[in-house]
Design a protein around this ligand. Structure first.
Ligand code: ADP
Ligand code: SF4
Length: 682
């Protein structure tokens, strides 16, 4: 198929200084939890983006010096010549598919606590270092010699990047992580010398480093600047008007302006808190200041929206991190007129958890993300089947749908049966919760793909028993029947069931999602799950007029959501909704008219009156069918939440893994199922 003429504008080449991008699709720098540690995996992941049509593919922030060390986070390192081969491997993979390779050089100032190198951190002004762990480390104020040294280090890193083959070499002043932003912002710059005070002074170092970088590598490399347009502190920090003044003062100096919001949680907002294009109000003023290309992000997945933002003069290139993670082939699909096939990002930020947990990136929508090298998975391709088996998949949740889809692509005949009236499993329910509508895309994309296959058929309202399974006469049965929320209070904190009076009204997330509501108004919600479910159900009940007390053994509500950059927003929303928050406490028993709460530190108990309790603690696999089939000697496997309850991303990955490995010789338990990179001893 040819692309729709409407989208021609997206495929115009763009000149960026001395280099030219083949189209307007620009994968902005993004973290991935692989960094310097898993380089081959990292390189393959970037290569797949290039293969999918992104004209520019960038690395994440890359430390320019051992004194810019953000350990334990695994970002790239460009400290010395020793790092060049790793950096070059990534650039080569990007070039192999005809794209430009960009590298985001970074000194993180006080946000580089130097835990690994043990250098004293440096900062624009003396202050405690910041790096996610509240370390008792302070950063010292840079003197003029330090500033000269920083410039030398940046220049040296730029030259190494050029030797490694990069086409775009960044100056980074974004996300509260780039030291040039710390200089620019009055929130962090308290200096009284020529680098502090007026905007001109605060912008001095940024200007000097752009000039240094142009001078060092600008003959062959483009020099983009990534800059924070808003720090959301009002006049106490950077705001669009002041940043625009700074940009106006050096508008033609860099080769491209890459716009973002600060900190990272503001830049990578989830769909629960923002819509596609949410950055436009903050960035719309920049293009009229410069003739250089302007890149912006905003979870753009719709080609019509992309055309609008370019035609209306907001940006020149469609910047994307998450849309390129969820679908590395997004540009190719638009180019080939296959809009249906675009796997749209759901805005959940599971990808971000890789960085925060220092483990390889993963994605809810794209299970191949991070597995390109390690397991040889590809976001679009999968090898043909090795046998003619007809597979019955029981359960059309994320795991079952992904397994069925991928098995179908391999050429297997696939029958999918689900007891429910609609497909999607947990996603069908969860996408009706406040703010989670976009999560329905996990189901929608897979249903659409399965719907196109002649070799796959889906049967709803088909509750399967072992007898009914036998009637299908499939060669193999995959059970993907999901999991049920527990009703007995056990979970992380309470390792055993708690005392619950038979008169007490106890509900689970499953009850609430299927429409049941507490009979009284006062509800205690015990969240021992710590991800989104507890917070989202508190929000749901509160909006419906219930009085809600959220009890959590953690110090913060939805504490895992720190890793998805949402925790502060969730807690703020619950406070604003007047949800009572009872932290560091666990529900220890439930009576008809009250619960007892136990302090997690002292065990001291106190009562809390309520009419009903919602328990959000843990889930049990719905694996009865699996065991019944196994007992009959049926060829059966299980996957997703029915095997190990976890995230939607984990279920999709598990479904994909079943399909990828189906028909292979079973691996011995002791055999590694993936490749890994082992450091060569020095
Ligand atoms: P996962 O996240 O692992 O994909 P879900 O809970 O989302 O799991 O989906 C499980 C699906 O399995 C649900 O749609 C449910 O209706 C379906 N299901 C559970 N038991 C049966 C059964 N015995 N027969 C058919 N479908 C079932
Ligand atoms: Fe989008 Fe979620 Fe995938 Fe990240 S993990 S790219 S937010 S779908």
């Amino acid at each position: 198929m040819a692309r729709d003429r409407r989208y021609d504008i997206l495929f115009e080449p763009v000149k960026i200084g001395p280099v030219t991008a083949r189209n307007r699709f620009y994968q902005v720098p993004h973290c991935n939890g692989m960094g310097y540690r898993d380089v081959s995996a990292h390189a393959a992941m970037r290569g797949v983006k290039a293969e999918g049509g992104w004209a520019v593919v960038c690395t994440e922030m890359t430390e320019i010096h051992h004194g810019a060390d953000v350990a334990p986070y695994a970002e790239l390192r460009n400290w010395s010549d020793q790092d060049i081969p790793a950096l070059a491997r990534i650039a080569e993979n990007i070039h192999a598919h005809g794209s430009l390779a960009g590298i985001e050089l970074c000194h993180s100032g006080h946000t580089a606590p130097n835990r690994w190198s043990r250098e004293i951190p440096i900062a624009v002004s003396a202050r405690p270092a910041a790096g996610g762990y509240h370390d008792p480390i302070q950063a010292r104020a840079m003197d003029l010699a330090d500033i000269r040294n920083l410039r030398r280090a940046h220049r040296a890193a730029a030259l190494r990047a050029k030797r490694a083959g990069y086409d775009l070499v960044y100056v980074y002043a974004g996300h509260g992580l780039g030291i040039f932003q710390h200089f620019l912002s009055r929130a962090t710059n308290l200096r009284t010398d020529e680098y502090g005070g007026s905007l001109q002074n605060r912008a001095r170092l940024l200007r000097e480093v752009i000039e240094d970088t142009k001078d060092a590598v600008g003959d062959t490399c483009a020099v983009p600047v990534r800059i924070a347009m808003n720090e959301f502190q009002g006049a106490a920090g950077l705001e669009p008007a002041e940043v625009e003044d700074a940009i106006a003062g050096m508008a033609e100096l860099p080769d491209l302006w890459d716009l973002s919001l600060s900190d990272w949680s503001k830049d990578s907002q989830t769909s629960r808190f923002s819509a596609e294009g949410f950055q436009e109000p903050h960035i719309a003023g920049v293009k009229k200041l410069t003739t250089k290309p302007v890149v912006g992000v905003g979870r753009y997945t719709s080609p019509d929206t992309m055309v609008r933002v370019i035609k209306s003069g907001i940006i020149d290139m469609i910047g994307a991190a998450r849309p390129s993670i969820a679908d590395p082939f997004l540009p190719k699909k638009i180019e080939e007129g296959r809009l249906d096939d675009i796997r749209e990002c759901i805005g959940c930020n599971i990808c971000v958890t890789g960085d925060g947990t220092m483990t390889p990136i993963r994605c809810t929508q794209n299970p191949a993300m991070g597995e390109e090298w390690r397991r040889g998975w590809h976001p679009e391709l999968i090898r043909q089947r090795s046998n003619d088996a007809h597979v019955l998949v029981v359960g059309a949740g994320p795991a079952g749908l992904e397994a069925a889809r991928a098995l179908g692509v391999r050429g297997h005949r696939v029958t999918i049966a689900d007891a429910a009236r609609e497909a999607g499993g947990r996603v069908a329910h969860e996408c009706r919760l406040p703010g989670l509508a976009a999560w329905g895309r996990v189901r929608d994309w897979r249903l659409l793909q399965i719907g196109k296959m002649a070799n796959a058929s889906l049967y709803l309202e088909s509750a399967m028993t072992a007898d009914l399974v036998a009637e299908v006469e499939a060669d193999h049965v995959l059970v993907a029947t999901g999991a049920d929320w527990r009703r007995d209070g056990s979970g992380s904190h309470n390792t055993r069931p708690i005392a619950i009076s038979p008169q007490a009204e106890v509900l689970t997330p499953d009850d609430l999602m299927s429409g049941r509501r507490p009979t009284g108004r006062n509800v205690v919600l015990f969240d021992d799950d710590h991800y989104y479910m507890g917070g989202v159900l508190a929000e749901l009940l509160r909006r419906e007029g219930f009085r809600v007390s959220l009890v959590t053994p953690a110090p913060l509500v939805s504490i895992f959501a720190q890793k998805t950059l949402e925790q502060e927003l969730i807690q703020a929303r619950l406070i604003e909704l007047d949800v009572g928050i009872h932290a560091n406490l666990a529900v220890s028993s439930i009576a008809a008219d009250q619960v007892r709460l136990a302090c997690v530190f002292t065990g001291r108990e106190m009562p809390l009156a309520c009419d009903a309790t919602v328990l959000v603690t843990a889930r049990d696999p719905r694996d009865q069918l699996f065991h019944a089939l196994a007992a009959r000697g049926v060829a059966v496997s299980r996957t997703g939440d029915c095997f190990g309850p976890g995230t939607i991303a984990a279920a999709v990955h598990a479904g994909r893994r079943f399909a990828e490995e189906f028909g292979d010789q079973p691996r011995d338990f002791t055999e590694l199922p993936f490749r890994r990179e082992v450091t060569e001893l020095a």
